[in-house]
Design a protein around this ligand. Sequence first.
Ligand SMILES: Nc1ncnc2c1ncn2[C@@H]1O[C@H](COP(=O)(O)OP(=O)(O)OP(=O)(O)O)[C@@H](O)[C@H]1O
Ligand SMILES: [Mg+2]
Length: 307
Amino acid sequence: MVMITVENLVKVYKDTKALDGLNLSVPNGVIYGFLGPNGAGKSTTILSLLGLVLPQEGRIALFGEEVFRDGTFNESNLVKAKARIGYMPEHATLWEFLTPLQTLNIIGKAFKIPKEEREKRAEELLKLVNLWEVRNKKVGKFSKGMRQRLLLAQALINDPELLILDEPMTGLDPKGIAEFKEIIREQKKAGKTVFFSSHILAHVEEICDTVGVIVKGRLVLEDSIENIKREFLRKAGYTIIIETNRPVDWSSTAWNVTPLGERKYRVVAPEDIREELHDYVASQGAKILTMQVKEPSLEEIFLKLVE
Ligand SMILES: Nc1ncnc2c1ncn2[C@@H]1O[C@H](COP(=O)(O)OP(=O)(O)OP(=O)(O)O)[C@@H](O)[C@H]1O
Ligand SMILES: [Mg+2]
């Protein structure tokens, strides 16, 4: 089943085209990273999925059921779909004077979960997000990471099949990010689908099965991070730095070679030419002593994509 389908979605705010024919497809059981720079339209997309902003054109289906088409939400389908979704907003607030237990109790009540089940669920969730020890401490003193984890527990209260998280890791330190990623991974193991946005590539690295890159309201790429990297390498070229045991004459190759020293060279080629490089250097009666392949960092790839 496809959990989220978005087709040609258009959203115009007064004079800003936030979504310009957006297409998206999120299959069941994946972790999907929705990546884009500030103002790209990530939050607008998420708000549209939840019926919280009204797009002008396009189509949205959740769990295979159409919830929006050509300017109108199908309210009954939307209500049914939302019961199966856990949502964490971009600028969520918490009740500063309540404890995690009290917070989840109130949210559970709002979902009409019976008292006993509510208590059991709160315990499970607070253990899951590592807040069980501070369950009776007021949220007002919590760190950003603790707050984000409580918000996630809140989003999980109705045991949703699909989690939609808007910038859940923004503002977290590396430890907080690692903890959050681990919890998301556990959600996937439990059979849930996770769709989360970020403007930081490192957030989607390691954990996402698929990354969709949104720029100016359009999806410019949707693929695995490995393929996105490979595609970029193909475009940008491979840079290989080698040291040889004696000088090499490069005049009969088509590669772009820059000498960096007596026996040190930078070679740029459209693809991975490590083997050819060995053969060529050997054919010149020399040997490669060291070889270093310079892969662009994910951040460089991302910047190139959104240029
Ligand atoms: N309520 C609104 N009224 C007018 N313009 C809006 C409104 N909400 C968003 N926009 C504009 O629409 C565009 C997309 O905004 P959106 O918040 O969806 O981007 P985003 O990708 O979530 O960005 P960020 O990374 O900053 O959260 C931006 O140009 C923004 O200024
Ligand atoms: Mg946003």
